[in-house]
Design a protein around this ligand. Sequence first.
Ligand code: SF4
Length: 203
Amino acid sequence: MIQTGISLPVMETFYTVQGEGAFAGAPAYFIRLAGCDVGCVWCDVKESWDETLHPMQQVEDLITAVVASGAPLCVITGGEPLMHNLDVLTEGLRKHGIRTHLETSGTQPLTGVWDWITFSPKKFKAPLDEFFTASQELKVIVNHASDLDWAAGHAEKMPTQTMFYLQPEWEKRDRMQSLILDFIRVNTRWRISVQTHKYLGVD
Ligand code: SF4
């Protein structure tokens, strides 16, 4: 049987700080996998969409690089990382005591073993039901006022311990930020997430 997930198309890797959500400020190694079929109009990594433009890398080599960096946690992002089977990568990272964090739009079946799943659904492609219960964090990018009600509708389907974040779309951040602040003053389960890494000027 051919083992899937032993090599993956990688757009970039870098050791930085997590800028968003519950782990904002934590040192984290990022692996950005290529491939995405969601098609968000405001996507800031459109160059990730076509996985054929990015080299395949052996998972073993990726794990070696994460371990060598000394990072305590590894964020697998994209693109949409679940376009690929992530069992081998995440099991390997876990064996080295590295936390595994996923950032996903939830449009593809879940693979991998995870310490933290950030579910970031998009209006451009409906997510699968399993992400409403499997995720620890819901993060909705706010690009329009109507996204606030859309976010609330998703939150209603999630367990009470889930952390809820609203994040201004970067290009519209001034306007969206004030809408979000008004919203969370009333809807106090929610938090605002800002892209800390962009304010810090790091990747
Ligand atoms: S899911 Fe992410 S990578 Fe894919 S189009 Fe949307 S923002 Fe871009």
